[in-house]
Design a protein around this ligand. Sequence first.
Ligand SMILES: [Zn+2]
Ligand SMILES: [Zn+2]
Ligand SMILES: [Zn+2]
Length: 127
Amino acid sequence: MARKTRNTRQKGIIEGRLEDFDSFFTAEELLANARKKSKKIGIATIYRFLKEAENEGKLHSYLCGRRRVYSMEESSHCHFTCSKCGRSGHFRLKDISSIRASVEGKICHFQLDVTGVCGKCLLPRKH
Ligand SMILES: [Zn+2]
Ligand SMILES: [Zn+2]
Ligand SMILES: [Zn+2]
């Protein structure tokens, strides 16, 4: 019984910390933030919380390189990678209506990996 109360309290603390992130965050970042409030919170609790929140549809998760990132707000995560210089960055998709129209059903979240040539590599080379 006491254990259950403690877990509920920790869950409340973690839930409150979510507001500090307006974009993507990792489990480690959430842990560091939650530990400012309670030193007793460990990474296992964070992972359990994230899994639960994801199942409930409160959070969306994405693979960013080799890291997993989470977001409450963003329902898409987009990468652009330059095939010439290998640089990769994020971009925001402003209009997802065409993706919505292409899917039969309701979209929860998605991620995109776009490859091309970046603006810097497109510029004529100076000699
Ligand atoms: Zn989702
Ligand atoms: Zn990413
Ligand atoms: Zn480039």
